[in-house]
Ligand binder design. Structure first.
Ligand SMILES: Cc1cc2nc3c(=O)[nH]c(=O)nc-3n(C[C@H](O)[C@H](O)[C@H](O)COP(=O)(O)OP(=O)(O)OC[C@H]3O[C@@H](n4cnc5c(N)ncnc54)[C@H](O)[C@@H]3O)c2cc1C
Length: 397
């Protein structure tokens, strides 16, 4: 591929895109505002990201290995192991401290021949010019992968928020987080609280990323410290894990993060990763979508079909989006915690394949089917439980 490409943002999406493009012969410049990345959200990977890691020879050594996900709701819990997915190719993933992960992505991009310029992108003059605080850069393509601010998308009038997901989050890092059962070490734990949920992402040695996501219905109020403490107190499972924990990072607040763009590309430009579309983080899908989007975008930019890329990218995100609705209306946990006699093999296969991020393989029908059928299955589970309840007095009589 004979082109000069300017990529805004050297996060995982920008670095993966740059690496794939450089491998195809493009001359790639990554423009990055922050020289030393800080620990940020986006720490729990999904197994299907491993394909990109392998193709780009990304170094995962030393990261905590994650074999599954545990969901807890007021003392009830269910664990999904990635080995239960439909024809799993990868049965584990990683929990990553982003300050390390992002540096490794930059090193990966440089190894593949990308140049990194440390400068803050201030404006884009299409076609082909990026204005930074260090001067102007010119290229044949400009790709925005500078994350959730979606500033090129907003500048071009493409950004649309998601009225159904007006959530906020506070996150931090703790030490002294209690271990769980030996077969769950490394798993992400998600604990339900009224109107929200808590994540616990272990890094080993009792250190973990801990955060709270709150929907507008969440009753938590006050300072970050107060809301964090009240959220933990509202979940017996989180309380058990965090009773001796100490916070070692300041709180980081994030708001209204779900949004997409009405177009992902146009003459001489493209949007990828969070800069194109970001959906709620409950299923840890952000990095996977960015990496997969980058992989396919590189092929599309190299003489492929940009519209087909957009459609595929949207479809994968759409599978997660449907199940995220089911998370916030309670259908997901209803299905996940369905009585054993109702559990069908395809329940778990569908859920686990989704949690593994297997949303882009047309041969895997289980996650797509599950995302379509979850409301109907949840209704059947609720009906079964209510029939049991109404039958109970007669049985005891
Ligand atoms: C509460 C919360 C929890 C999350 N948890 C997870 C999780 O567990 N797993 C997961 O996969 N995802 C998670 N995510 C999503 C994840 O953080 C993102 O999807 C992922 O980081 C996107 O990668 P990216 O490369 O597209 O953008 P980013 O990681 O945001 O990288 C963008 C880069 O662009 C740079 N940049 C920004 N502006 C400029 C500028 N003007 N000029 C130059 N450079 C610039 C930034 O410094 C950064 O290096 C979570 C998100 C939220 C909100």
């Amino acid at each position: 591929m004979n082109a000069d490409v300017l990529i805004l943002g050297a996060g995982p999406t920008g670095c993966a895109l740059g690496s794939y493009l450089a491998k195809r012969g493009a001359s790639v410049t990554l423009i990055e505002a922050v020289e030393f990345p800080e620990g940020v959200v986006g720490e729990s990977m999904l197994p299907c990201s491993a394909g990109v890691f392998e193709e780009l020879d990304f170094d995962t050594s030393g990261f905590m290995v994650k074999h599954g996900a545990v969901f807890c709701d007021q003392g009830q819990s269910v664990r999904f192991d990635f080995s239960e997915a439909e024809e799993p190719r990868w049965t584990s993933a990683w929990q990553v401290q982003r300050e390390v992960f992002d540096i490794r992505w930059r090193q990966t991009a440089q190894r593949h021949g990308c140049r990194i310029v440390y400068a803050k992108a201030l404006d884009v003059e299409l076609p082909g010019v990026v204005v930074t605080d260090q001067g102007k850069l010119r290229g044949d393509w400009v790709v925005d992968s500078a994350g959730r601010t979606m500033w090129l998308s907003a500048k071009l009038g493409l950004r649309v928020g998601d009225a159904r997901l007006r959530n906020s989050a506070i996150g931090t890092r703790c030490v002294g987080v209690k271990q769980v059962a030996p077969d769950q070490v490394g798993d992400i734990t998600i604990c339900c609280i009224p109107g929200g949920w808590i994540w616990i992402i272990p890094f080993g040695g009792g250190m973990a990323s801990v955060g709270v996501v709150m929907s507008p219905a969440c009753p938590l109020r006050g300072s970050a410290e107060e809301r964090f403490a009240a959220a933990i107190a509202a979940s017996p499972d989180a309380q058990r894990r965090l009773s001796d924990a100490n916070r070692i990072f300041p709180f980081r607040g994030l708001q209204d993060f779900t949004a997409t763009s009405t177009a992902f590309h146009g003459p001489g430009f493209a949007l990828c990763g969070d800069a194109a579309t970001f959906i709620d983080p409950v299923f840890s899908s952000g990095v996977l979508l960015g990496l997969h989007g980058a992989r396919q975008l590189a092929a599309a930019m190299d003489g492929g079909d940009m519209d087909a890329w957009t459609q595929e990218y949207r479809e994968g995100a759409g599978v997660f989006r449907r199940v995220i609705d089911c998370w916030y209306n309670g259908d997901f946990m209803t299905v996940a915690l369905a009585p054993r006699e109702l559990q069908k093999p395809y329940f778990r296969k569908g859920i686990v394949s989704l949690l593994a991020g297997d949303v882009y393989n047309p041969e895997r029908t289980a996650p797509r089917r599950m995302s379509m059928r979850m409301p109907e299955i949840a209704a059947a589970v609720r009906q079964y439980k209510s029939n049991q309840l109404s039958a109970a007095p007669a049985e005891h009589a």
